[in-house]
Design a protein around this ligand. Structure first.
Ligand code: DER
Length: 237
């Protein structure tokens, strides 16, 4: 599958460029990050003395999925609450623009993802070519994911609608009722079309009562790796 090959190429290049042994590394959620963890697990099996070998590095998850992935790969899991600062955080994204602003939260893990990305000296995005965007909101058309306090979801949706957004409560597929995040919150996807002013959009979304976190990662990433259909990797920095 060329998309999966593209994800893998991006993830492996990012891991080998940014992760060295002894580091505290934030690990994101979704499907692309799986290839990053598999690369790290392979590096944990390298012989002593190999500069790419991983043995004392620890990894901070961003979700139940991410924690399970790390544990199953035999990598050492550390918790964000026990760490002052991370050396690097690596995560996927749903869409990235040329200023490296991202829409994230397709997997509903944006709250912990933004904490981990913010706690890291460097935040690096890994994705396939479908995520490369000229203007945020034009490729990822499912809306900006928002982490919402459940009791406030109708208030938040009314306030978002008053600002011209089409807000939908994200419903679960194999469970009756809405998606519930690892933090016990709801997800509202707010549709705006293309986003003109990303920082302004992030600021006012965050100011809506009941919005605990947004999937807009504005000016946070220092580099993005995009796997291409031919297996090459395009880098934006
Ligand atoms: O939910 C998230 O923020 C994920 O990182 C998502 O944006 C990327 O998921 P993917 O790697 O499966 O496309």
């Amino acid at each position: 599958d060329p998309v999966e090959a593209a994800k893998r190429a991006a993830a492996e290049k990012a891991v080998d460029e940014f992760v060295r042994d002894g580091m505290v590394v934030g690990i994101g959620s979704g499907s692309t990050i799986v290839y990053a963890v598999h690369r790290l697990a392979a590096r944990a099996k390298l012989p002593e003395g190999d500069p790419l070998r991983i043995s004392t590095a620890v990894f901070v998850p961003t979700s139940f999925q991410s924690r399970q992935l790390l544990a199953e790969a035999g990598l050492t899991v550390a918790e964000l609450a026990t760490r002052e600062v991370l050396d690097v955080a690596i995560d996927g994204a749903d869409e990235v623009d040329k200023s490296l602003n991202c829409i994230k939260g397709g997997g509903g893990c944006q709250l912990e993802e933004k904490l981990v990305a913010s706690a890291a000296r460097k935040f690096v995005v890994v994705a396939d070519h479908r995520k490369q965007s000229e203007r945020l909101g034009t490729c990822w058309t499912k809306g900006v994911p928002l982490e919402i306090a459940p009791s406030g979801y109708r208030l938040a949706m009314r306030l978002l609608a008053a600002k011209g957004a089409t807000a939908t409560l994200r419903m679960a597929k194999s469970k009756a009722g809405p998606v519930v995040t690892d933090g016990g919150h709801f997800v509202v996807d707010a549709h705006f079309g293309g986003i003109e002013d990303v920082p302004a959009m992030e600021r006012w979304l965050k100011a809506v009562p009941g919005v605990l976190e947004t999937g807009i990662f504005c000016g946070m990433a220092s580099k993005a790796f995009f796997g291409q259909a031919d297996g090459s990797v395009v880098e934006w920095a």
